[in-house]
Design a protein around this ligand. Structure first.
Ligand code: SIN
Length: 328
């Protein structure tokens, strides 16, 4: 009895000496699949830096790059289970959550990143952030990577050159239809497997941005890259409704502010890397970068654009028109 009393007194004394019970910080695990020297990698690190500065002791961000924690196919499920709090999957990877975002995969929809930015900022673009809401997710903002290029084991100048080649694609039916339109064989595979699939020649080609082709060294195992700018690779930063609404109001507002600033920074990195990483690939001499003539490009547009019609019912004609009109 005396021993128990003594233990209780000692425990109380230890608590008093340690001061008031320190509240544990809220942890935000941010999972992504790309390298750190990419627009998304840099954005996530900037977000962590800003939160560390402004919410020290209250919120901690842990960034997990390179599919260390989850690949894109699992991350949204994990988010709904509370195993990860933030991610920024490519807009092509939301098929199970909304069909509307397939819009961004339509080939030759946007002529450049200025048009993409204009559309994403428009009321229609902002409303699309809410398209994931019904499934328990919250769309916090868009992040750019850039326009996609085609890489392959042989030169691709016209659509016929792609015939019978196996192309790795993200998990998107629009992208599958796009490669079927040129007679290619699309294979849905996780980003983490692309380098090995190319290196072992299990696939013949893939589509991606300059920064992903450079940072994941795809150019070392793909002798040809066609500067096609045929599609978009952008992201949506998401969290779960349960986590987001569970944050105290002032903390949520501060986290959102830090995220918006980090996204603006990431977008700037994206614009710079689209130029710099292309140049690094050219300078490496490992891969030939093919520029299309206007007539060659017109052939890709003519063959791929009919894919729009196939997905019009799922996406909505009004949305396609709104996005297309952002080119003007
Ligand atoms: C990413 O940029 O997050 C990955 C893109 C891909 O899967 O090709």
């Amino acid at each position: 009895m005396r021993l128990r009393l003594l233990t209780a007194v000692l425990a109380l004394a230890a608590m008093v000496m340690a001061g008031p019970l320190a509240a544990k910080p809220i942890i935000i695990k941010f999972s992504h699949v790309v390298a750190e020297n990419t627009p998304k990698g840099q954005m996530a690190n900037k977000f962590k830096e800003l939160v560390d500065q402004r919410l020290a002791g209250k919120v901690e961000v842990e960034v997990y790059p390179n599919s260390q924690l989850f690949g894109d196919n699992k991350v949204l499920e994990a988010m709904l289970l509370g195993d990860v709090q933030m991610a920024a999957p490519s807009l092509s990877k939301f098929k199970r959550y909304t069909k509307k975002l397939q819009l961004f995969d339509l080939p030759f929809l946007f002529k450049d990143m200025t048009a993409v930015e204009r559309f994403q900022k428009s009321p229609a673009g902002q409303q699309l952030l809410d398209s994931v809401n019904r499934k328990g997710l919250v769309g916090l903002g868009y992040l750019h990577n850039g326009m996609k290029q085609l890489s392959a084991s042989r030169p691709l100048r016209v659509p016929a050159d792609a015939k019978n080649l196996k192309f790795r694609i993200m998990s998107s039916d629009v992208l599958a239809a796009q490669f079927e339109a040129v007679g290619g064989v699309p294979l849905k595979k996780p980003f983490s497997e692309v380098f090995t699939l190319l290196q072992t020649k299990a696939i013949d080609g893939q589509e991606n941005t300059w920064s992903n082709i450079y940072s994941k060294k795809f150019y070392e195992v793909q002798p040809y890259i066609t500067e096609s700018n045929h599609g978009l690779l952008d992201y949506m930063v998401v969290t779960s409704r349960e986590f987001w609404m569970g944050l105290p109001d002032d903390v949520r507002a501060e986290v959102k502010k830090a995220l918006d600033e980090a996204i603006a920074f990431g977008n700037q990195v994206a614009a710079e890397k689209a130029v710099a990483d292309k140049q690094k690939i050219i300078d490496s001499g490992r891969s030939e970068v093919i520029e299309l003539t206007p007539a060659e490009r017109a052939q890709w547009v003519a063959v791929m654009k009919p894919v729009w019609k196939k997905f019009e019912g799922q996406i909505g004609r009004d949305l396609i028109d709104a996005a297309y009109n952002a080119n003007k």
